[in-house]
Design a protein around this ligand. Structure first.
Ligand code: MRU
Ligand code: ZN
Length: 213
């Protein structure tokens, strides 16, 4: 990258905001050992995606790579996240999505392995109201769970097939892998992340104490 492009990158407000979100997420221990990836929409058909293999708590703006779709073009040199195809598919499925955050917390990983069903319904938690569209603890909020695979385009296609089921939660779980959340702003995506991590932690404790799913 030439000097002017490098400087433009350093000053990109989307990039700066996503790096700060990465530091916050890492401080919560939700992205150990380079796990996780993040993106933020920067135009109708483009987004900045974290480079692959970086420590997500120590990102700098040049670690955010511009990608565009439908061609899946990478707009500058670098290796984008191995899970870029899933981020792109989420932006394509819903134009209102502005940011996608993927984490590898212990609780989401363990919880996703305990649930054999293709979704788990959350109900009775006040914290459900952290999720867009959830107005009461009485509502039933299903969280979809997908089997893990290294074939990310195939996973993205499955998410698209189950989109009506997935959409309500602004989140999905990948079994033995981690959590994906999104929002209509980065702030909303962060709220969804903290809300879901809390809800999953509560369910894991409930299952541990009662022995019932
Ligand atoms: C620590 S391995 C985790 C990866 O396989 C992957 O699931 C992940 O979340 C990070 O991949 P990345 O390519 O850095 O975006
Ligand atoms: Zn991952």
């Amino acid at each position: 990258m030439n000097h002017a492009a490098q400087q433009g990158h350093q000053l990109n407000p989307y990039a700066i905001a996503l790096c700060a979100a990465g530091r916050w997420i890492a401080s919560r221990h939700w992205v150990p050992a380079t796990g996780g990836n993040f993106s933020i929409r920067s135009g109708q058909h483009r987004a900045l995606v974290t480079a692959s293999g970086k420590d997500k708590g120590e990102l700098s703006p040049q670690d955010l790579l511009p990608v565009s779709w439908p061609e899946g073009e990478l707009l500058c040199p670098g290796k984008p996240s191995a899970e870029t195809a899933l981020h792109v598919r989420l932006y394509q499925l819903d134009d209102s999505i502005k940011a996608v955050l993927h984490t590898h917390s212990v609780q989401a990983t363990v919880f996703s392995r305990l649930i054999q069903a293709e979704q788990h319904v959350f109900s009775g938690y006040e914290m459900q109201k952290a999720i867009r569209g959830q107005l009461s603890h009485d509502q039933h909020c299903p969280l979809a769970i997908f089997d893990n695979t290294q074939d990310i385009p195939a996973l993205a296609a499955q998410v698209a097939r189950r989109w009506p089921q997935v959409q309500t939660a602004s989140a999905l779980l990948v079994r033995g892998h981690g959590l994906y959340v999104w929002g209509q702003s980065l702030e909303e995506a962060k709220r969804h992340l903290e809300g879901w991590e809390f809800l999953i932690h509560c369910e894991l404790e409930r299952i541990r104490l009662t022995g019932t799913l």
